[in-house]
Ligand binder design. Structure first.
Ligand code: BTN
Length: 286
């Protein structure tokens, strides 16, 4: 098991990225690395800035959930992305979550693919992606992605991509309510868990995606996500708008909404921002 804190000097020395991690801030403790990234975004142009922390006092997950992690146990990372308006084809100011050519949904898919591939690169664990961007091992959650977006004072749009990966947690470190549904690399892998190597691999993967020609990227992100996700066609129950729906998963749309063939008839898209998968209803869900 890795002992000690993240090796920031090693990250800076080994990182060969063009956009992501040109500036890295490392914190012993913070409320949330996403909060820190938003502060920097308000202060200046922080595109590509990476915030890493050992501990969060108010870590947050999707759909208003709390993100728990003991000090020094996880990879806790936020990346600031600022829209380069000149790179957009429509050049129309829109309030929708969008950075460059990518929608918030696509950025979430891309982040899940990057995190999954970084884990594969640094361990003997092969997580599966559960819609929209959870990382699972044998049905237990190993990591997750939180995408937040805002319009800045100058009307440019910014997005913070928050990634949490459970690394060094032992069974007793998981809160009782998560003991059956969460896991860590330490619990799943026979190899020594090297969080520093994982950070380097993650930032390199993200940089690879975010420096490619974004106009050509959309289809590639979706294809990469589909190649790494739970199988299509499985049975599912969803909570959406105060109702429960059941059906079979058909696809995801270009904006990462889940397309479901409903038992009650018809095919419907469910957006990640307003939908929860009810646990235990899909063959491989967490
Ligand atoms: C989820 O699965 O619900 C998303 C979890 C995202 C957690 C990460 S940890 C780093 C960053 N800071 C936060 O407060 N949240 C994200």
């Amino acid at each position: 098991m890795e002992v000690g804190t993240l090796q920031i000097e090693r990250i800076s020395a080994e990182l060969r990225t063009r956009r992501i991690g040109r500036r890295i801030e490392y914190l012993n403790s913070t409320t949330s690395t996403n909060d820190e990234a938003w502060q920097r975004i308000e202060e200046d142009t922080a595109d590509g800035l990476v915030i890493l922390a050992e501990y969060q006092t108010a870590g947050r997950g999707r759909l208003g959930r709390v993100w728990h992690s003991p000090r020094g146990a996880s990879l806790l990372c936020s990346v600031a992305l600022i829209d380069r308006l000149e790179s957009r084809s429509d050049k129309v100011a829109s309030r929708s979550c969008r950075v460059g050519e990518l929608t918030g949904g696509e950025i979430g898919l891309l982040a899940a693919v990057a995190a999954r591939d970084a884990i594969v690169c640094c361990s003997d664990v092969i997580p599966i992606i559960k819609w929209p961007n959870d990382l699972l091992v044998a049905g237990r959650k190993l990591g997750g992605v939180l995408i937040e977006s805002r319009v800045r004072r100058d009307s440019s749009r910014a997005c913070v991509l928050g990634i949490g990966i459970n690394c060094l947690q032992q069974t007793g470190h998981l809160p009782p309510e998560l003991a059956d549904s969460a896991t860590s690399l330490e619990l799943e892998s026979d190899r020594v868990v090297d969080r520093t190597a994982l950070v380097i691999a993650l930032l390199a993967e993200l940089d690879g995606w975010l420096t490619s020609d974004q106009r050509r990227l959309n289809g590639h992100i979706r294809a990469a996500w589909l190649a790494r996700c739970e199988p299509m066609g499985q049975r599912i129950r969803l909570q959406h708008g105060g109702r429960v729906y059941s059906g079979s998963v058909v696809d995801i749309d270009p904006d990462a909404a889940l397309i479901v063939r409903l038992d009650e008839g018809g095919v419907r898209a469910f957006s990640a921002a307003h939908t929860t998968i009810i646990r235990g209803t899909s063959t491989a869900s967490g």
